[in-house]
Each structure stands twice: as structure tokens, then as C-alpha cells.
Design a binder for this molecule. Structure first.
Ligand SMILES: NC(=O)c1ccc[n+]([C@@H]2O[C@H](COP(=O)([O-])OP(=O)(O)OC[C@H]3O[C@@H](n4cnc5c(N)ncnc54)[C@H](O)[C@@H]3O)[C@@H](O)[C@H]2O)c1
Length: 431
């Protein structure tokens, strides 16, 4: 496999401030998308609906997914992109200005660091890391890269969410002290996997990439890796990262001082290695609390919403679900409701693509030197770390005491041992 992700002497440290790759025509940003079975195919649509962008390259280790998405891009009116399996080859191409990473979680930070070493801009899906140390390293490498690094917590770019958070900040519900977040779904069991031959359409060695090698299982690819600790990060980092990020933004907090978590795999006896039923609490300096409650295997929806956040202040409350929000007085009576915004510069497309395109457009604009990033990677890391801390509290069964300046766990050897992971030799990241 060769190249690791060590970056100490990488060219990025000498890179100038944001600029296009040499030879890029005017302000057109040329992107490659890594991992297109599901989320990457959606992001392709979002980028196709973002002005001034060309998808030159599709990267996937599943030959079927790569070909299908390349065809979909051509059908949507874009030029057919080339399809390449190995991201390291993609990163050598001059016709790629930015890498979009929507491969599984164990690839996020390592691929992002490889891309920054190759002087590419990076859009990395949430969670931006598989473990806390990777996130810390990515923030360091990004800071000296001179490149734009955006996390895929797209709600940061949604107008009504921005307005709702501004209302929270402006005191519309008084002094805000708590945020409750949740997710409910009726995910089915994934059963117990059997070791089977790797399908001919998959390069499983590259799929595993930075993760130490394990045999191929028949209930892993695609998607179900989310629930295995070797590759995934569980529901807390999957859907939770979005909601933790909103809660942290609204409460204007950085790192917690105390983290707890309870729960388990209660609904099924199968290969899930994370809880399907979990509560995480994070306490912050200045008497502020954030909670996460996930019911991954029971679709009963709190407030009639499958995913959401409520902010609680001394004058009332505010609920954000999709691109809309509702305000309540202190007794819980609704006093204002804003429905998702139907209008937009890209309103010819469906709402999901339209909302994603607001975020991808922000990424592209900042690459061109216009505006500010709605979700820079340091904040993306801080929000992702909330989920990792919750999962570490759950795995250890410990109450974690954290340094509010860094989020690092204090005086807990078991928790500290989970700060990083082992890597496939040659793939160890470093800053
Ligand atoms: N922001 C959002 O709202 C949102 C929504 C869905 C998923 N996501 C994130 O997107 C990521 C992908 O999720 P998914 O549901 O599409 O997963 P998936 O398993 O369906 O697809 C992952 C794809 O990555 C490919 N892949 C794996 N290793 C690769 C490699 N080395 N090079 C190139 N391609 C590789 C796989 O073949 C597959 O096509 C996850 O991290 C998830 O958290 C974000």
C-alpha cells in the first residue's frame, strides 16, 4: 500500500493562502468525490447545483458505485468524470482542486490529511474523524495548509437554522442553559456476519485503507460498517454530530468539563458494537448542559421529529428540526413558527439537494476567496469530539472529567487509551 499520512515535511506548510491549482480556468473549482455509493452520490448532485464547479473525477473502490455515479453526472448534463479507485492516484492529478470525502468514517481524517499534503482543498463528511486524536491532527495539518477544509455539517449553511441560532444568541428565549438533542429510527438488525470471499467489484484492501486488516464479512459493505468500532463511530457520531454541532453553536460552548453516557444494544442481539439506545450528557462551564438521546431501533419521534434539538432558556424554548424552527414561551405555548424555506437561488432542485448545495456552494465560494466558511474544520472537530467523548464514556462506563480548553480527558487511563486507534502499518497519521 505504501504511502502513509505522515505530514511533517509536507508541501502544505509552504502553501500560499487559498488559491486554485495551477492551470485551473478562471474560478471554476474542479473536484473529485471519494466514496459515492450513497452520500457521495447525493453530494455529486449538490455540487452539480453549485455554480462554477466541475466534477472531474469519481473515486470509489466499488466499481459499480463509481460507474453508476459517473453515468448519473453525465446524464445530469455534466461532462462524464473519470473513475479511479485509488485516492492516492486521484491526489496526483492537476485537474483536481478539491477532494470531497464521503467514504466510511475510518477514512475521513487520513484521506483529508493526504489531500492537504497534496495541496488540495477538502470537504470531509461528518464525523471528521474516527477517533479524537485523528481530529486533533487534522486540525493541525489544516491550519498550516493554506487550504479550505469544510466539514459536512450542512445545517451551518441553512438560512433558517442560521436565523434560529441568531435568535437564541440574541436572547429571544432569555438566557439559554440547556440543549436537548435526539434521533429516532427503526433500523433493522444487521444479523451476525459470515466471512465470505470479497466480491469481484470491490477492492477491499483499499476499502480498509488505514484500518488494520480484517476478513471480509457479508454484512459490512455498504453502510453497516457504521455500527462496528473498527470502521464506524455509531449513531452518536453518525446523526449525533449534526445535532451536537447545533447545540454547541446555540449555547456558544467549546469543550465540556464532564461527560457521561448510558445505554446498550438492547433491541437486537447481532453485530452492532455501539448502543442502539443511548443517552449522553455533556456539562459545560457556566452552568450549561447538552444531552443526546438516540433510539436507533425504535421510530417513536419526540416532538414528532426523527431528529432535532431544543434550546431551553429562562424565558422560553426553541426547537430546530430541518430548515425550520418553532419558538415556545416558558409555559411551552408556541409563539412563533418558521417553516422550511421554499425559495432559493437553486430552487429548481429538490429540498435535500437544495439544502446540501447551500453548504457546498459556501465551500466553493471560500476556495475562490469570497465569504467565510460556515463550518471550518476546527469547529467540526470540536463537535465531532462531543460524540467521541460520549462513546468513550459509554465504552468505559466512566464519568469523564475533561479539560474545557482542549476537551482532553483527565486522569483516566482507560479513556485515554481510547483517544486513538491502531493503524495498518504504513498508514499511521501524524502532524
Ligand atoms: N452530511 C450528511 O447528512 C451525511 C448523510 C449521509 C452520510 N454521511 C456520511 O457520509 C459517509 C458515507 O456514508 P454512506 O452512507 O454513503 O456510506 P456507504 O457505505 O453507503 O458508502 C461509502 C462509499 O465509500 C466507498 N469507499 C470505501 N473506501 C473507499 C476508498 N478507499 N476510496 C474510495 N471510495 C471508498 C464505498 O465503496 C462506498 O461506495 C459517512 O461517513 C457518513 O457519516 C453524511
Amino acid at each position: 500500500m505504501g504511502a502513509g499520512v505522515a505530514t511533517t515535511t509536507s508541501p502544505v506548510s509552504a502553501a500560499p493562502a487559498v488559491r486554485m491549482q495551477a492551470g485551473a480556468p478562471s474560478d471554476r473549482v474542479r473536484i473529485a468525490i471519494m466514496g459515492v455509493n450513497s452520500r457521495g452520490a447525493q453530494l455529486a448532485q449538490a455540487f452539480l447545483n453549485s455554480p462554477g464547479c466541475a466534477i472531474t473525477t469519481i473515486c470509489d473502490v466499488d466499481a459499480r458505485a463509481g460507474a453508476k455515479t459517473a453515468q448519473a453526472i453525465a446524464k445530469a448534463g455534466g461532462a462524464a468524470p473519470q473513475v479511479i479507485a485509488d485516492v492516492r492516484k486521484v491526489l496526483t492529478l492537476p485537474e483536481v482542486d478539491a477532494l470531497v470525502i464521503s467514504a466510511p468514517d475510518h477514512w475521513h481524517a487520513p484521506a483529508a490529511m493526504l489531500a492537504l499534503q497534496a495541496a488540495k482543498h477538502v470537504y470531509v463528511e461528518k464525523p471528521c474523524s474516527h477517533n479524537p486524536r485523528e481530529g486533533e491532527l487534522l486540525v493541525q495539518v489544516a491550519a498550516r495548509s493554506g487550504r479550505v477544509v469544510q466539514m459536512g455539517n450542512q445545517r451551518r449553511s441553512w438560512p433558517n437554522v442560521q436565523r434560529a441560532i441568531a435568535m437564541v444568541h440574541e436572547g429571544h428565549i432569555g438566557t439559554v442553559y440547556a440543549a436537548r438533542t435526539w434521533y429516532a429510527n427503526s433500523r433493522a438488525t444487521i444479523g451476525k456476519g459470515k466471512t465470505v470471499p470479497v466480491p469481484e467489484w470491490l477492492d477491499f484492501d483499499l476499502w480498509q485503507g488505514p484500518a488494520p486488516r480484517r476478513p471480509y464479512l457479508d454484512n459490512l459493505v455498504h453502510y453497516e460498517w457504521h455500527w462496528r468500532q473498527h470502521w464506524g463511530t455509531g449513531e452518536a457520531a453518525n446523526n449525533g454530530t449534526h445535532m451536537f454541532d447545533l447545540a454547541r453553536w446555540g449555547l456558544r460552548v467549546e469543550h465540556p468539563t464532564r461527560v457521561t453516557s448510558s445505554g446498550g444494544r438492547y433491541q437486537f442481539d447481532d453485530d452492532w458494537e455501539f448502543p442502539d439506545t443511548q443517552v449522553i450528557t455533556l456539562e459545560y462551564p457556566g452552568k450549561k448542559l447538552i444531552t443526546w438521546e438516540s433510539m436507533s431501533a425504535n421510530g417513536f419521534q419526540p416532538h414528532g421529529r426523527g431528529v432535532g434539538v431544543t434550546f431551553h432558556g429562562d424565558q422560553g424554548s426553541l426547537l430546530i428540526d430541518g430548515d425550520g424552527y418553532t419558538v415556545y414561551d416558558l409555559k411551552g405555548k408556541m409563539i412563533d413558527e418558521v417553516k422550511p424555506d421554499a425559495g432559493s437561488a437553486v430552487s429548481q432542485v429538490g429540498p435535500a439537494v437544495r439544502l446540501d448545495a447551500l453548504h457546498t456552494t459556501n465551500f466553493l465560494e471560500v476556495i475562490r476567496g469570497k465569504g467565510t466558511l460556515t463550518s471550518p474544520i476546527d469547529g467540526g472537530h470540536t463537535s465531532t469530539l462531543m460524540a467521541h467523548l460520549g462513546n468513550i464514556a459509554w465504552k468505559t462506563g466512566h464519568v469523564l472529567t475533561c479539560d474545557p480548553a482542549t476537551g482532553r480527558v483527565q486522569n483516566d487511563a482507560d479513556a485515554t487509551a481510547l483517544w486513538s486507534r491502531t493503524y495498518e502499518p504504513g498508514w499511521e497519521p501524524s502532524a
